[in-house]
Design a protein around this ligand. Sequence first.
Ligand SMILES: C[S@@+](CC[C@H](N)C(=O)[O-])C[C@H]1O[C@@H](n2cnc3c(N)ncnc32)[C@H](O)[C@@H]1O
Length: 310
Amino acid sequence: MAADFEPTGSPGNIGLEISHQPVLVKEVLEGLALGAQAVVLDATVGLGGHAEAIAQRLGPQGSLIGVDRDPHALAVARRRLERFGQTVRLVQGNFGQIMELLDALNVKDLDAALFDLGVSSFQLETAERGFSFAREGPLDMRMDPADRATAAEIVNRASVEELIDLVRTFGEERWAGRIARAIVRERPFATTTALAQTIRRAVPPGARHERIDPATRTFQAIRIAVNQELDLLPQGIDQAVGRLKDKGRIAVLAYHSLEDRIVKRAFRAKAGEGILEIMTRKPIRPSEEEIGRNPRARSARLRIARREGS
Ligand SMILES: C[S@@+](CC[C@H](N)C(=O)[O-])C[C@H]1O[C@@H](n2cnc3c(N)ncnc32)[C@H](O)[C@@H]1O
């Protein structure tokens, strides 16, 4: 499987200057088929990269609602998008709250919804958030800092069996047993880099990939568990599709096969019920040119579907 990719370059700056480039922007815009009066949900507004491109397409009657569970990302998006005035409204919340958030803003139906899953480079590159194995920081990994469980709690408290299961299931890591036993032997851990060292040593030298850090899959697994990412994703798709107008579009960008599988199954199930028409038989992948410009795009897979008329 493809795992989330963490570029191993030098850290970028934090804030608006951060190097987050939105992925497959042209394809997302085409896929969502936006008119100037569209009402659009960006459920993962992040640093506002896709949102900015969407807002530029909207006229005064159009509206974009940007959601993110990360208040720090929202603060950056707010600055980036402030020039669009009332056209763009930003709210904090997670996928499980989409209906509630839309109700609170008095938004009934959507012409389009976008999900750009996973972490942003802002989160990865801010060492104190603890997402990155390449930057020393506390073992945190919470997208919403108000959530209860941190990565440290999972890593330092879970049983060896729980860790094996977590690393195998959410990281699809073949060395899950060795890694989990090494973690239990050497814990407690306080920092990302100390944990990454232990994981690297647990993977046999012959099995190490030239370009991908051996800690990649385990960090992905812990992050997914901390943020309950795979539980919330079907809820998000379900709630957004439930609010789409007839012929309204949904676009989902996934960055690893676990996520992509959930999207594919959710779309298929809704197509089976006559609710969605799948527009992408195979997911859209970025070009070599885009990957060269933006390494984070490497594992991206975009799926688009359209609400069937009732
Ligand atoms: C890849 S980034 C989005 C980047 C954005 N499209 C841009 O162009 O700047 C993913 C964002 O989704 C947010 N996120 C992930 N899971 C979420 C969830 N269940 N509910 C709300 N936001 C979530 C993360 O906090 C992160 O900011």
